[in-house]
Design a protein around this ligand. Structure first.
Ligand code: SR1
Ligand code: MG
Length: 394
């Protein structure tokens, strides 16, 4: 089928059905297939195809040449290959925590994978007040396992460099470098915030040279430190949960980068959920416990996986654990700030009515700044929790 870079690039729902039928025999020959485009992310198109009789289903995820939210973001369709490759990798090393992946089509820039429609997005679950416990340790295991198994020490220097070449992701890294690690920290045209917040942001962030210096260091680190293979966009909208299951999705931002970027991004998004409830007068203890469990499980799994790979140097392990925690605090701070000041928002905050929204936004900025400024002093999970719970009087 011929198609160019235009509206025909993306499949229609009926084309998705034809595509599935022609591509492979995933369904019985006479299956009656239906399809719905269900994507709600910023970048891609997601088609759910199901057999109306058996209920059997699958997902096609297609990458267009520009971001779904705006043509201004021209993003290479190679992100779809990267997502497929990472899913293959995760299906080998952390299989319980990712969807199964069935196929990748270089020509149509789409991949076919397991349908997780019986699960719910963690962000929506948390906003609805359903407070599960299992996902914190699952996410700790998922991140620590995949991070350790992609360190130079485990892969070997040569294999690691070859693997890095498969995860060169310039367009998606560029989005992160701009949207997360630059624009929120100066008066950039693309920032989006209410007028009432501008003065606060200017005084607290843009005019603080020390803070801006620290963020520049974090950005530089993200750009240059190929510590391990990271998911690269691990927020609560990238995680599905059920009663006992946790599944990480949306792997297109994958790259070699600092491990703390994943951990920090996920922590920050738990803080957003916490703020959503806190400004409504609800208790935040559940979220503090969840973050503590996440960080503790990460460290335990990191240590056991490290030792299982005969990395005997305990001093090096301690150095690494503390370094990753420091980085997590820094990147959590950037994520907290960018979702308020920058262009990409989170429902945890945007669904709040005023004056609660502004209250939550200010708290997110304060906590974000606090984490960035305290990062260097953080060595233990207890230090991290103290920095997180500090109540700045600004
Ligand atoms: C143009 S993409 C905007 C944001 O959506 C993605 O989920 C990433 O978080 C990115 O920063
Ligand atoms: Mg995403």
């Amino acid at each position: 089928m011929q198609y160019g870079v235009n509206s025909r690039f993306t499949m229609s729902e009926s084309e998705a059905i034809t595509y599935v039928k022609n591509r492979q025999d995933w369904f019985e020959p006479h299956a009656e297939l239906s399809c719905r485009e269900i994507g709600d992310g910023n970048l891609n198109y997601v088609f759910r195809v199901w057999d109306t009789h058996s209920g059997q289903s699958l997902i096609i995820k297609q990458a267009g040449p520009v971001a779904r939210i705006s043509d201004a973001f021209v993003v290479s369709t190679d992100r779809n290959r990267i997502e497929y490759q990472l899913l293959r990798e995760y299906n080998d090393i952390v299989a319980p925590y990712v969807p199964k992946v069935y196929d990748y089509d270089l020509e149509r820039h789409c991949l076919v994978m397991e349908d997780l429609s019986d699960l719910k997005l963690l962000r929506s679950v948390l906003l609805s007040g359903a407070f599960y416990n299992h996902y914190a340790s699952h996410m700790g295991i998922f991140m620590a396992t995949s991070h350790v198994l992609n360190l130079d020490w485990v892969l070997g220097g040569k294999a690691k460099k070859l693997k890095m070449s498969q995860f060169i992701n310039p367009d998606l890294c560029d989005i992160t470098e701009n949207l997360v690690l630059s624009e929120p920290f100066y008066d950039c045209d693309r920032n989006e915030m209410s007028k009432s917040l501008r003065g606060f942001v200017k005084a607290l962030l843009w005019e603080d040279d020390q803070l801006c210096h620290r963020v520049r260091r974090l950005k530089w680190q993200f750009m240059t430190e190929a510590e391990t293979l990271i998911h690269g966009d691990l927020h609560t909208g990238s995680v599905f949960v059920g009663e006992a299951q946790t599944k990480v999705i949306d792997h297109e931002f994958a790259c070699f980068g600092p491990a703390g970027f994943d951990l920090g991004c996920f922590v920050a998004n738990l803080v957003f959920a916490s703020l959503h409830h806190e400004v409504k007068g609800q208790d935040k203890a559940y979220f503090a416990d969840t973050i503590n469990t996440l960080l503790m499980t990460y460290q335990e799994t990191f240590s056991t996986t490290w030792r299982a790979h005969n990395l005997q140097d305990e001093a090096l392990l301690s150095y690494k654990l503390s370094k990753i925690l420091k980085d997590s605090a820094g990147y959590a701070g950037c994520e907290l700030i960018r979702r308020v000041v920058g262009i990409a928002k989170v429902a945890d905050i945007s669904t709040l009515e005023e004056p609660l929204r502004t209250l939550a936004e200010r708290r997110a900025i304060q906590i974000g700044k606090q984490l960035i400024m305290a990062a260097e002093q953080i060595d233990t999970v207890a230090d991290f929790m103290t920095a997180l719970n500090h109540n700045p009087q600004t």
